[in-house]
Design a protein around this ligand. Structure first.
Ligand SMILES: *Cc1c(COP(=O)(O)O)cnc(C)c1O
Length: 947
């Protein structure tokens, strides 16, 4: 074969570099190293049963043929998913641009100003359209956003309400089915009672703490909730509304009629339906609730020079700090999709967004009028974009067939046929749809009226302006838009600039071949509730990916539904809970979590109704097995699960993992393995082989889905045979019948189905050998860094054989005492060298956790070490008295261009030392757009929208 195998492109280390690297590590061969790293008793006895690899070219041919097996019909199904046009300027410059899709969550704010501004635009857009006071930078989907609103309302109960045991959340009958389903899932473990009822006629009883309505409602009707809201507030009930963001251009927004929380999807702002997701949900509320709000909030602060600078605000609410007291478990959200939806609003501006809303609305008015003329009975308005046709009688059966023959999907339900119009609708389309309805009656088509009467009464019509901020009124030509996007992207470090050595995040190559099919309409334009025969290709990819992941984890079955790692943790714990309940062991709610665990673990466990018991770690960072045994036995009657990350969050393959599993099983608990570190396991060992019962995988880490600046993610869970029947179902789409299945954890049946082909591509192109090599190379790269950095910095933890796993924790704990320098200073100084910092102070305070992954070359690893060593020398200079203790390159990092070219330069070091401390930086200098940001200032003066 003349084509190179993909593995040779994916793996950064060249064969000719191997000898030098092995020598530095001090082993003869890669196998010898792996022998030392991975405990013998958990090594897989045979290679993975996966298909042989295909080349990139072959893959694209193969996936092309799958794409062609999807049928792209025009879906007017609505129910949360609508036709929309992703503007090509955003498709090419954002969606298909590695600067935007390979960047990480903007923890390192100084090198993330571009995506922070894009997310601030999103927040501003949400605030403007909803009329609320504050919005976050996206949640996972509409259903989970509604659940977060329910939980936030629950948490905001007054002391009196808590004492009275108020625990009822009332949901209007006309809320999307999938949203209600997610609420069922999320309410049960917390003891929240749900009641679904017609809220217009509801009398509050004093048991309610919150309510949810949909605006316009699920049948398309725009209801006036002002009276309900007043009654609710009088009864101390918080009002959440799931609102269609586009409709708010025309309707009085929730903020103006008194809602407390507004949630919804921003899919129809240019994001492909993609068989259900990923799409950015929004969450907006009142300013006074900002500290209880889930998810990330971007805020404006100032940098060292007093210039405005953006960063994630109120970080003290984060799970890592608050653990089981965190407000939610949201970590990865939908940053890339929020960025795109924000740009959609930037490009279209207020007139454009109103035009798009009016287009959908006018089409609905036209169709409503014409169908009534044709003799159909329709639900009464007012409506925005969705009309409901009464469909009793035989015309319906004919209509279904006629519509499908004409390649249309309508929404069929007991209540009638729903038609949701959108940005893509034209008059021709409306005419066509009307004609189909006439044909079904055997009648001649009714012409569309020239004029239609507005159905939205004045009291529901929006009069306040939208999107008044400058950014939404500046970029109308494609040239201007392209340059705005480019201006922002130059402020960010992503994988196309340099290695992103974030430990626990696995920032590996996201190959172009795996990304290309996402731009195809055959994958993008599929409505998740379209009939199965229209998504044969997508379903094959989903099914095969599920099977591959089950094989890789050594488990029986996979669910792709959870749309982030934390959502996977939650889903996995619920599956365990359902298993215990089915066994009559409802009391098994104690969850053991090691002190070293990722913060999402305890946060997810609390959401799943668990009581958390923390297990100690010993001085070497390993789980203290005696403490585990003691606590498991002490709680043996209520033990539900043990959550363990493997290799540990310290990057170590603990040798006694099997013993830990045994201890838990003997006490009646289940073992949940956090698979975020799966990149060290694939092909070498597996959670199933080790004996765990469930694991989640972060497909956006190990399996090559790009991180998108903070999402999308896929937190697939894999389970052992005895748990298969509990995997999440879906209320709209048939997922295989299991009466004991838990309710949905996401709005969409396969969560973020649209990005699953990336993982599919990765596994197909790597093949069983390639995947195993990836794990081996990832381990080699980490051990190479450990060998190179152990003298200059020191390595915090290593295993029994003195080796690390796939990541290495670099010690900076003495830097404060020795040099007056903190790990955060080192992180910022790395920016001057053109690097994104490693993971800071997790899981050990004042350390840098480095995960090089298999995709980095030896040359890049060497450059990174050289940078760290140069920084070490800069610290040494402080100690020697050759640099000032306060005014030095570390404390003042990062250095911006304006600062360096200013006429005045008062620092005791040179500009060259600041900007070009090493020769090769000249080749490709990254210029931080802002200097060190004052986070505290921003939190004290919280500003979360742009001017
Ligand atoms: C990344 C990570 C998670 C959370 O995943 P998200 O997709 O961000 O929710 C959980 N556990 C560990 C160890 C992780 O590294």
């Amino acid at each position: 074969m003349s084509q190179e195998l993909f593995a040779t492109r994916h793996l950064g280390i060249r064969p000719e570099d191997l000898p030098a690297m092995l020598k530095a590590v001090g082993v003869q061969s890669l196998d010898e190293l792996i022998e030392q790293v991975v405990p013998h008793d958990i090594r897989l006895p045979k290679r993975l049963a996966l298909p042989e690899p295909v080349t990139e070219w072959q893959y694209l041919e193969e996936v092309r043929s799958k794409a062609l097996r999807n049928k792209v019909y025009r879906s007017l199904i609505g129910r949360g998913y609508y036709g929309t046009c992703l503007p090509p300027v955003i498709q090419r410059n954002v969606f298909e641009n590695p600067t935007w899709y390979t960047s990480y969550t903007p923890y390192q704010a100084e090198i993330s100003q571009g995506r922070l501004e894009a997310l601030l635009n999103f927040q501003t857009m949400v605030v403007s359209l909803t009329g609320m006071e504050i919005a976050n930078a996206s949640l996972l989907d509409e259903g989970t956003a509604a659940a977060e609103a329910m939980i936030m309302s629950y948490g905001l109960r007054s002391r009196q309400a808590v004492k009275e045991g108020r625990n009822l959340f009332v949901v209007d009958t006309e809320v999307f089915t999938q949203t209600y389903d997610v609420l069922v899932t999320r309410s049960a473990p917390l003891g929240i009672e749900l009641l679904q009822t017609d809220l217009d006629s509801y009398q509050f009883t004093g048991k309610e703490f919150g309510l949810l309505v949909q605006y316009p409602d699920a049948m398309g009707k725009v209801r006036n909730f002002k009276g309900l809201t007043e009654r609710a507030h009088a009864a101390e009930v918080l009002v959440t509304v799931a609102a269609d963001i586009l409709s708010l251009a025309l309707l009085v927004p929730p903020g103006e009629w008194g809602a407390d929380i507004a949630v919804g999807s921003t899919q129809r702002f240019g994001i492909p339906m993609g068989c259900g997701g990923p799409h950015a949900a929004y969450f907006a509320t009142r300013d006074k609730f900002k500290r209880s709000m889930p998810g990330r909030i971007i805020g404006v602060s100032v940098d060292r020079h007093g210039n405005p600078a953006l960063r994630m605000a109120l970080q003290t609410r984060e799970q890592h700090i608050k653990r089981e007291k965190a407000t939610s478990n949201i970590c990865t959200a939908q940053a890339l999709l929020a960025t795109m939806a924000g740009f959609f609003a930037v490009y279209h501006g207020p007139e454009g967004i109103r035009r798009i809303a009016e287009n959908a609305h006018r089409a609905a008015l036209l169709a409503h009028h014409a169908l009534q003329k044709a003799g159909y009975k329709l639900a009464e308005g007012p409506f925005f974009d969705t009309i409901l046709v009464d469909s009793r009688g035989e015309a319906v059966i004919k209509l279904r067939k006629l519509a499908e023959d004409a390649h249309f999907n309508f929404h069929h339900s007991l209540k009638g046929i729903g038609l949701s119009f959108d940005e893509l609708t034209t008059d021709d389309e409306v005419e066509w749809v009307v004609e189909l309805f006439c044909q079904a009656q055997g009648k001649r088509a009714v012409p569309l009226p020239a004029e239609v009467e507005e159905c939205i009464p004045p009291e529901l019509r929006r009069t306040s302006p939208i999107l008044t901020e400058k950014v939404f009124n500046s970029y109308r030509s494609e040239t201007e838009m392209m340059r705005y996007i480019y201006k922002l992207e130059q402020r960010d470090i992503a994988l196309n600039h340099s290695m992103i050595p974030l430990g626990s995040c696995t920032m590996k190559l996201n190959s172009a071949a795996s990304m290309i099919p996402l731009s195809w309409p055959e994958f993008g334009n599929i409505h998740p509730f379209a009939p199965a025969y229209q998504m044969v290709g997508t379903r094959e990819i989903l099914q095969e990916t599920e099977d591959f992941l089950a094989e890789i984890t050594g488990f029986a079955k996979t669910s792709l539904q959870p749309n982030s790692g934390a959502a996977g943790e939650y889903a996995g714990l619920l599956v365990i809970r359902a298993y215990h309940i089915a066994n009559g062991q409802r009391q098994r709610t104690t969850v053991l979590i090691p002190a070293s665990a990722h913060g999402t673990n305890p946060a997810s466990a609390v959401m799943a109704g668990a009581t958390i018991v923390t297990v100690d770690c010993d001085t070497k960072g390993n789980i203290d097995i005696e403490d585990l045994r003691r606590k498991a036995e002490e709680h043996r009657d209520t033990l539900g699960a043990f959550m363990v990350t493997y290799p540990s969050t310290h990057g170590i393959f603990e040798s006694r993992i099997r013993e830990m599993v045994d201890i838990i099983h003997r006490c009646g608990g289940q073992v949940y393995m956090d698979g975020a570190n799966m990149n060290a396991q694939v092909g070498l060992t597996s959670p199933g082989y080790i004996g765990a019962d469930v694991c989640h995988l972060n497909l956006h880490k190990t399996f090559a889905i790009p991180h998108g600046g903070g999402g999308p993610g896929v937190g697939a869970i894999c389970v052992a045979e005895h748990l298969v029947k509990f995997l999440p179902g879906h209320s709209v789409v048939y997922m295989g019948y299991h009466p004991e299945a838990i309710h949905a954890v996401s709005s969409a049946p396969w969560g973020s189905a649209f990005v699953v082909p990336i993982t599919y591509a990765y596994i197909r192109m790597m093949g069983p050998e390639g995947l195993t090599h990836a794990s081996q190379y990832a381990i080699l790269a980490a051990n190479y860094l450990a060998a190179k950095l152990k003298d200059s910095y020191g390595v915090v933890y290593s295993g029994e054989t003195g080796r690390v796993g796939h990541e290495v924790i670099v010690d900076c704990r003495n830097c404060k005492a020795d040099y007056d320098v903190e790990s955060a200073d080192i992180a910022r100084r790395l920016m001057d060298y053109g690097f994104h910092a490693p993971t800071l102070s997790f899981p050990v305070h004042e350390t840098l956790m480095v995960e090089p992954t298999e995709s980095e070359s030896k040359a890049e690893l060497d450059r990174f070490c050289e940078a760290l060593e140069a920084i070490r020398a800069e610290m040494e200079a402080i100690k020697q008295g050759n640099a000032d203790r306060e005014d030095n390159v570390l404390k003042n990092a990062p250095h911006t261009a304006p600062e360096l070219v200013a006429n005045e330069w008062k620092h005791p070091y040179t500009r060259e030392q600041a900007a070009y401390p090493l020769e090769w930086i000249r080749e490709c200098k990254f210029w931080p757009y802002v200097s060190r940001i004052d986070a505290g200032y921003g939190d004290r003066n919280l500003v979360c929208t742009c001017g």
